[in-house]
Write a protein that binds this ligand. Sequence first.
Ligand SMILES: Nc1ncnc2c1ncn2[C@@H]1O[C@H](COP(=O)(O)OP(=O)(O)OP(=O)(O)O)[C@@H](O)[C@H]1O
Ligand SMILES: [Mg+2]
Length: 451
Amino acid sequence: MKVETFSTPAAVARAAATRIARLLKRRGRPVLLLPVGKTAVPICRELARLHAAGRAPFRRATTFNLDELRVPPEDPRSFRAFMDRHLFSKVDLDARRIRFLRGDAPDVARECARYERELAREGPPDLALVGIGENGHVAYLEPSRSLPPTTSLVRLSASTRRGLAADGLQPVPREALFEALGRVRQRAAPVPARRRARILSFVGCKGGSGATFIATNVAHLLAEQEGKKVALIDLNFQFGDAALYVTHRVPARTLADVADEAHRLDASLLANSMLQVLPNFHILPAPEDPEQALRVRPESIDPLLEVAGSAYDVVIVDAGRTLDDVTVRAMDRSDAVYAVLQLNLPFLRDAKRLLRVLTSLGYGRDKVKLVVNRFHKRSTITLQDLQETLQHEVFRTLPNSFDAVTASVNQGVPIFKLASRDPVSRGLREIAGTLVEAKKEAGGWRRLLSR
Ligand SMILES: Nc1ncnc2c1ncn2[C@@H]1O[C@H](COP(=O)(O)OP(=O)(O)OP(=O)(O)O)[C@@H](O)[C@H]1O
Ligand SMILES: [Mg+2]
């Protein structure tokens, strides 16, 4: 932790506001967590000044406030009114992106749950500004209280109420709705778990490429034959079918359920949400329908991959065939992206487009690997043609084997279990082998460097 001290409130305000302004300019859709109270006033003033000078654009920001008094938002004593007065009315923040608890909500539990959901949906805040009250309270978390697990109603202590009265708040309401700091801390500064997994995404250059077949079979091989602990995450929202390729088990939960709980996700919650194909091979199935899919926000992908990345040796992502915010988020975090295609003109055209997009996302040549599926040597378009057209080397080819693959897909059994000597099984074993090798090499380099 880095602690900086400043000698005057004005200096604190300048430093805090400058930092917030920097974030507002840099981040696409920044999420801020803001406080109310005496300390916040000069910071708000400074922010308003920076905003007027064009240096603190709030246009795309979302703000959360941690707490609210048990009064209606229009009440001048409410924290919402405080924020309106000191900041919201002075900047170009979109009113729809101001998140606040309703202090006068008749059903407190319901209001707290609603707020929890909003916090979960927006993902971790990029910055949390919190003040510490004179008696040590933070966001109406009174000192010596243990952290309440969720947003809740708290009775304010006499000293906190005295502080509010001194701020000019009369009469002081006795109760506040309070977003449990524990949860905020969790979101504001997630402790980065140590990642051990290689994250590998498979994407089809076009529908029907074989991406799911390859991803699922390679995942199964890595678990069964290489003894790795493997997670497969199906991000194919419209045609999610990965589990069907390797198991008959019916999933109880999907990615949508996990996304709902992204804010409190840990390894055991994740494992319990996954389909256990083998003790060391788990699949997180795609949402079942488009409505469920809407619950999966790009922000949910970061905690998901973080938790999976620390709990598994290999995380395989079936990214489907559409690039959207969710799949790009997953690919950003991947060590390698395997783009699967076949040797014909429509595939070539789409592969070219896909490579262009992946390059524009900043992925280097070594991150993007081309896998040519259903390859046969007598094809009119040769591998050489393909490499020249795409200006990209082919990583691996897999032969065409209609009967064996169809039997595997129809029965939901990995191909190497049905036809171990089929050339496709051999090819898949080779691909799985290279993934393990890549990991060994990385370990070797790390070891050399750390000497
Ligand atoms: N090497 C192969 N030889 C023969 N058939 C194959 C081969 N690989 C895949 N297939 C067939 O191609 C079909 C499509 O494969 P798959 O579902 O894996 O593609 P996909 O790229 O994931 O498709 P989608 O775009 O629907 O997600 C499968 O039904 C499978 O039978
Ligand atoms: Mg697929």
